[in-house]
Write a protein that binds this ligand. Structure first.
Ligand code: SAH
Ligand code: SF4
Length: 353
């Protein structure tokens, strides 16, 4: 039977208020419930203090409190990375990662169960798309980690939409989730501390630029020539580098915001001096920043991570051209913390059984 209940985390305050109104309750009740969920971290309707018993009963009958069931929970050996595989109501799976450093605690959130875009080096891409997920399924991933941290008197400081899936292929749900998470009446998370990473779906970059949100944008570039990029990221056949970089320049112009580019360094593939020179040329004069990360190994891809010496040479070319860049440390490698890798691991195990 189809589930006809409302899902608590799916609702904006306005939508919740409309439902509560039909119960004959005063308008302020919706705000009270929102506060209980997002400020007081209530773990059940029963624990929502200050609400009449009858209303709590009604909420219990007509609302789902959770759609995420914990399937695997792994902590890396250095203790800094925690990775969760959740099962959704219909059996689809998503991964969420918490990276906890001393000052920053960042949650890496999935925006789809799987991904249809098939980037060759990406574990999620290798598995294909299961389905889009709802705004509430995005919001609940965040609240899951916030609840965990709250027990240690800590809070999430940053959110990155860099888990499974392509955020701009599930645009509406992702933007609704951001609206819910940044609502001052609720969780009130700062938009400037949120980053969306896209593989480069150009019309959606244009739409996003027009919305002029405070949210940061990262674009997965990984190659600076069309030939190489389309051999790694099939989307490049649809939106080539020329249109992509133009859209990025427009974004910077329209929003006045800096743009980040992601680059997974693969030995002898995209870490050559030719690629570095092409990249410097591509980004010349743009308010941009390049984030390098050594490739995370996956089952379906034979490439290796770049060697330190080649990385240093690559970055030297960019530095000389005045292109800001950072080499990120790859954490949680022992728990398969790369995008889509935990799910891949469970699929492998199932095959063996
Ligand atoms: N679909 C979006 C966001 C999810 S992927 C995107 O592609 O941008 C988040 C980041 O992880 C992207 O930059 C992606 O290219 C990168 N990534 C995927 N697989 C990787 C791997 N095996 N090693 C290093 N980075 C990887
Ligand atoms: Fe999808 Fe991003 Fe992985 Fe490409 S890198 S397959 S767009 S999740």
């Amino acid at each position: 039977m189809k589930n006809t209940k409302h899902f608590l985390f799916d609702l904006s305050l306005t939508e919740l208020a409309e439902i509560i109104k039909t119960y004959g309750e005063p308008a302020y009740r919706a705000k009270q419930i929102y506060e209980q969920i997002y400020k007081k971290y209530a773990s059940s309707f029963e624990k929502m203090n200050g609400l009449p018993k009858e209303l709590r009963r009604k909420l219990y009958d007509q609302f789902d409190f959770s759609h995420l069931t914990l399937q695997i929970d792994k902590l890396s050996s250095d203790g800094y990375t925690r990775k969760i595989l959740f099962r959704l109501d219909d059996g689809a799976q998503i991964e969420t990662v918490l990276m906890g450093y001393t000052v920053r605690r960042t949650a890496c959130i999935s925006t789809q169960a799987g991904c249809a875009l098939g980037c060759t080096f990406c574990a999620t891409g290798q598995g294909g798309l299961q389905r889009n997920i709802s705004a509430g399924e995005i919001v609940e991933q965040v609240m899951f980690f916030e609840h965990l941290l709250n027990k240690k008197n800590e809070k999430l400081t940053n959110l990155v939409f860099m888990g499974m899936g392509e955020p701009f292929a599930n645009y509406k749900a992702v933007m609704k989730a951001i609206d819910i998470l940044t609502d001052p009446n609720g969780f009130n998370f700062g938009a400037r501390r949120i980053t969306i990473s896209t593989v480069g779906i150009v019309p959606m970059i244009e739409k996003f630029a027009d919305e002029k949100r405070q949210v940061n944008l990262a674009v997965s570039l990984h190659a600076a020539t069309d030939e190489l990029r389309q051999s790694m990221l099939p989307i490049n056949k649809r939106y080539g580098l020329n249109v992509l970089i133009n859209a990025c320049r427009d974004y910077v112009k329209k929003t006045g915001r800096r743009i980040s580019f992601e680059w997974a360094l693969i030995d002898n593939v995209n870490d050559t001096p030719e690629q570095a020179i092409a990249l410097a040329h591509l980004l010349k004069g743009m308010t941009a920043h390049v984030n390098f990360i050594p490739l995370n190994p996956t089952h379906g891809f034979t490439g290796n991570e770049s060697k330190q010496k080649r990385i240093a040479k690559f970055r030297e070319i960019l530095n000389n051209a005045g292109i800001a860049n950072t080499l990120r440390i790859r954490r949680g490698i022992d728990i398969n913390a790369g995008c889509g890798q935990l799910k891949q691991e469970t699929a492998e195990n199932n095959k063996i059984k």
